[in-house]
Design a protein. Structure first.
Length: 260
């Protein structure tokens, strides 16, 4: 059964800005449990030449291989046109035209729903990891990011959204920068607001692998996330704020989630 990504919390917690926001004094935080990520570079992978699925609908999507590819134009009142072309869940691209304003307009993504979005307890898993490869257009305002939903999906009491930004152009997370997290040579600025945690990579990662379990466990230890939350959904895509009014492309060439 397909399930869509709820987006009310994204509207409340994520925003776009071309200038840094005031931040709190950082404290040190480290972790070394993740394997080394791939060297940031464009990933040579088969391009999506003959799509199996195409949609320009604001909530269009496609089930494939246990994942859901979603043209998530959740802020449709402000969004310009966007079309998603998918050859597979791990091989697709989107062309988007967004005005030069600062609100998040869309989050085209691929995601995995856990237990039909009811989720399973975090402590049930010894492994939660993922591989990714995606590249933004290099124009406008956007972030390429993981989106993890814990203790539910969307806007609700006790729900937490945890993001991992792997590429960022002029975007600023919600909340305050409280600390840093380091794993396998990659350092992230950690931004926190009630119900929201964002790991923002200090250097662009166009491809690699993440030990998501370690990042969630560290966040729990810091008091940013309640203990033993349910893991409800894990996704990866791009938050488009602006494409400077022209058509811009995001290309995804790898995504996988391993949980056991």
């Amino acid at each position: 059964m397909r399930a869509v990504l709820l987006v009310i919390s994204v509207l409340l917690l994520a925003g776009c800005s071309a200038a840094p926001a005031p931040v709190a004094a950082p404290a040190a935080g480290t972790s070394a449990s993740a394997p080394a990520p791939s060297t940031p570079a464009a990933t040579a992978a088969p391009s999506c030449v003959t799509p199996e699925f195409t949609t320009s609908e604001t909530d269009g999507g496609w089930d494939d291989g246990g994942y859901y590819v979603h043209n998530n134009m959740w802020n449709s009142d402000e969004a310009g046109p966007e079309t998603l072309y998918a050859c597979a869940y791990n091989n697709w691209y989107v062309e988007s035209t967004q005005p030069s304003t600062t609100s998040v307009k869309t989050y085209p993504n691929v995601h995995k729903d856990i237990n039909n979005l009811d989720g399973k307890p975090f402590n049930d898993y010894s492994v939660i990891k993922s591989t990714f490869a995606g590249r933004g257009p290099g124009v406008g305002i956007y972030d390429v990011a993981y989106d993890l939903w814990l203790n539910g999906v969307g806007d609700g009491d006790g729900v937490t959204e945890l993001m991992v930004w792997t590429e960022n152009l002029k975007q600023v997370p919600s909340g305050d920068k409280l600390t840093t997290y380091t794993a396998a040579g990659a350092t992230y600025d950690v931004w926190v607001k009630d119900g929201y945690v964002a790991f923002v990579s200090q250097e662009t990662q166009y491809s690699g692998s993440l030990v998501l379990k370690a990042m969630v466990a560290w966040s729990i230890a810091q008091g940013f996330i309640p203990a033993n939350p349910t893991v409800n959904q894990i996704g990866y895509g791009i938050e488009f704020c602006s494409t400077d009014g022209g058509k811009a492309r995001f290309t995804l060439t790898d995504f996988s989630v391993t949980m056991s």
